[in-house]
Ligand binder design. Structure first.
Ligand SMILES: Nc1ncnc2c1ncn2[C@@H]1O[C@H](COP(=O)(O)OP(=O)(O)OP(=O)(O)O)[C@@H](O)[C@H]1O
Ligand SMILES: [Mg+2]
Length: 292
């Protein structure tokens, strides 16, 4: 049995503000996010959404409770272990994109792969091109730095970058918060497509349109999480069939590249047989989902 993407067990977070003043931002939150989930977190300002997302992203530690990412108890890891773990296991998408401004679109996506040392330069470039294609980034803008991209285009680069190292999940905090309606719609459709290809996605949002295409909505209030009945993520924006068909092929090409990559890593003894088997299994699962 494979472990869930994320498990929060009795997680609390208390901020201490000077003497005697405590803010209980999370109160005994227990939560399981399964692989392939598409979750939105909604709730009023100050209810603890970003705090929960930071903890899920291992950017912050809970005051008490345990957090398991892909079966690994991250509350037991040291800061240096965490920083490596985070880079390889969690994809982040932010409201203000946070791209490196001296790098081109394609270089921004390549960087996490090169830093992980798991991809050769050639593999990283090819995979970055596939990922950018998958998220619908225009081919004639690949060499542009972020300053010469629209907000929607920058967010697509950020999503492609978040996928670079095959994270356990993507965390997005208000990913459409800084976009116009047309770009927001494209970003929402992109997340939905990526989820239909098996990617686990967790989004904090005030955008009702975005929340309603996810297949699970979590409501936060006063540091607690409430569950609403799951709803089909097929309702909402219609998918363009032709573009979905093309993207399916891109996703299959990506998985083929991924398979070659892990085969090379295994052959060169960079990864263990167990890791290799697990990676192959996950690639095969994804292939099945795409072919459905
Ligand atoms: N670093 C911090 N130090 C002290 N208190 C904090 C800190 N970060 C958040 N808080 C408090 O914790 C509570 C939850 O904050 P959080 O940022 O998680 O809310 P949110 O739901 O994301 O709100 P918003 O919708 O406005 O982004 C709030 O009362 C906030 O003031
Ligand atoms: Mg917030």
């Amino acid at each position: 049995m494979s472990s869930p993407a994320l498990e929060c067990i009795d997680v609390s977070k208390t901020y201490v503000m000077g003497r005697d003043i405590e803010v209980k931002a999370l109160k005994n939150v227990s939560l399981t996010i399964r692989r392939g989930d598409f979750v939105s977190i909604v709730g009023p300002s100050g209810s603890g959404k970003s705090t929960l997302l930071h903890i899920a992203g291992t950017l912050d530690r809970p005051t008490s409770g345990r957090v398991l990412v892909d079966g690994v108890d991250v509350t037991k890891l040291s800061e240096s272990q965490l920083s490596i773990f985070r880079k390889n296991k969690i994809g982040f998408v932010f409201q203000f994109f946070n791209l490196l401004r001296n790098l081109s679109a394609v270089e921004n996506v390549m960087l996490p792969m090169l830093l992980s040392k798991r991809y050769s330069f050639k593999e990283a470039r090819l995979k970055a091109l596939y990922l950018l294609k998958l998220v619908g980034f225009p081919e004639d803008r690949l060499r542009n730095p972020p300053s010469r991209l629209s907000g929607g285009q920058q967010q697509k680069v950020a999503i492609a970058r978040a996928l670079a190292n095959n994270p356990a999940y993507i965390l997005a905090d208000e990913p459409t918060g800084n976009l116009d309606v047309a770009s927001s719609t494209e970003i929402i459709a992109t997340f939905r497509l990526l989820n239909s290809f098996g990617n686990t996605i967790i989004i904090v949002t005030h955008n009702v349109e975005l929340a309603r295409v996810t297949n699970r909505i979590l409501f936060m209030k006063d540091g607690q999480v409430f569950e609403e009945a799951p709803r089909s993520f097929l309702e909402g924006i219609p998918m363009d069939e032709e573009s979905t068909r093309l993207k399916k092929q891109v996703q299959l090409d990506l998985l083929k590249l991924e398979r070659e990559n892990v085969e090379r890593l295994f052959k060169n003894k960079v990864i263990s047989g167990e890791t290799y088997e697990r990676a192959l299994k996950s690639i095969e699962e994804k292939e099945l989902m795409v072919k459905q």
